[in-house]
Design a protein around this ligand. Structure first.
Ligand SMILES: C[S@@+](CC[C@H](N)C(=O)[O-])C[C@H]1O[C@@H](n2cnc3c(N)ncnc32)[C@H](O)[C@@H]1O
Length: 218
């Protein structure tokens, strides 16, 4: 039988986290708590993954950058990263590929009393990408632990990112992605070039093997 449980996450401003050049954040004692309802149904989207913690800490350390900006999250899962973005004052659109994720995401949005929209967005699926609901006034795209299966999954994700960046009114926006290194079989660099994208490594957590990249159009 599947179980549901609420997990409480607490984030503090972290002086070791990278600050973006346009951040005016100071080290302070801000604490943000997020409650997340999780399912024990073995779906990737039903639990919160370790790289979500890094992306949340990055946004909290740079919250003045995200404040009042429009943020689209891909592969939201339980929704924790989008909820963090909403808590620090961003206008948030969460997305994932399936209806199971959308149910959990919407419950978590309500549980944390934040405003955020959900859109279904299956990477690489034309009908989802050409849908009117896809925003074209995005300031930042975010995503945590989105590449974990095979190279085709990477490819679909990067195709989607390239499409979203090219179709956005402002094309120079970044995609902030936390990436949990699991296998050297996947080589993101070749695929980035294929879609005319480039990456910059912003942060690396050695003990967890989690990277934080900024991906932009070349
Ligand atoms: C490992 S989970 C990470 C969830 C969440 N971002 C986190 O870090 O806790 C991967 C997420 O990517 C989503 N995903 C996988 N393939 C996808 C696709 N083709 N389109 C949209 N979302 C996808 C899954 O449904 C799942 O929510």
């Amino acid at each position: 039988m599947d179980h549901q449980m609420v997990k409480c996450f607490q984030f503090k401003t972290d002086s070791s986290m990278i600050r973006l050049s346009d951040s005016s954040d100071q080290n302070d004692d801000t604490i943000i708590e997020i409650k997340i309802l999780q399912n024990s149904d073995n779906r990737y989207s039903s639990i919160t993954w370790p790289s979500a913690d890094l992306l949340c800490r990055f946004m909290l350390a740079n919250r003045t950058v995200f404040m009042e900006k429009t943020v689209l999250e891909l592969g939201s899962g339980t929704g924790i990263c989008g909820i963090m973005a909403a808590k620090i004052g961003a206008k948030v659109i969460l997305s994932d590929q399936n209806v199971f994720a959308s149910e959990l995401i919407l419950k978590n949005v309500e549980l944390n009393n934040v405003n955020a929209q959900f859109i279904p967005l299956d990477w690489g699926r034309k009908s989802d990408l050409l849908n009117d609901r896809i925003p074209t006034d995005i300031d930042y795209i975010i995503g945590s632990d989105l590449c974990y299966e095979d190279e085709q999954q990477f490819e679909k994700l990067l195709l989607t990112i390239a499409f979203l960046l090219r179709n956005n009114r402002q094309q120079s926006i970044p995609f902030y992605m936390s990436y949990h290194f699991r296998s050297s079989n996947y080589q993101i660099e070749c695929l980035l070039r294929k879609f005319k994208l480039q990456s910059k490594l912003l942060f690396y957590s050695d003990n967890l093997k989690i990277y934080l990249y900024e991906i932009t159009l070349i």
